[in-house]
Design a protein around this ligand. Sequence first.
Ligand SMILES: [Zn+2]
Length: 131
Amino acid sequence: MDARGAVGSWAAFFWGEPLELPPELLRAYPMLAQAQWRRGGLPPRVGGWCLGRGTVAGIALGRTVFLAPHCALDPWLLLHEFAHVRQFAEVKAFPFRYLWQSLRHGYRANRFEQDANNFATRILAERSSYL
Ligand SMILES: [Zn+2]
């Protein structure tokens, strides 16, 4: 491996690889194009460690969503993570509030998780009513 390759694989270790969502997914859910998508890297693993698992399926940091290396591109999951991207943009000090919610109420009862679940479920339901 040459020096550039080594730097590249270190970068991939931390930040994963850029991921292009399939065009049919973007046609169905155009809002997903507002986020940057990556696969792998450290963030999904750190998120998993916080929950006592090896990895989480996805984690949003700012406008970027990191997906676990082998997780399927499930529309519900992508919409859920996109909801967190919106929370990052709309809620002041979002990471701290998110942590505070998790500490007080636990991961599942965290209001931001519930909002993201509701968003994903609503968009899927709206879309399936057109089909
Ligand atoms: Zn979530």
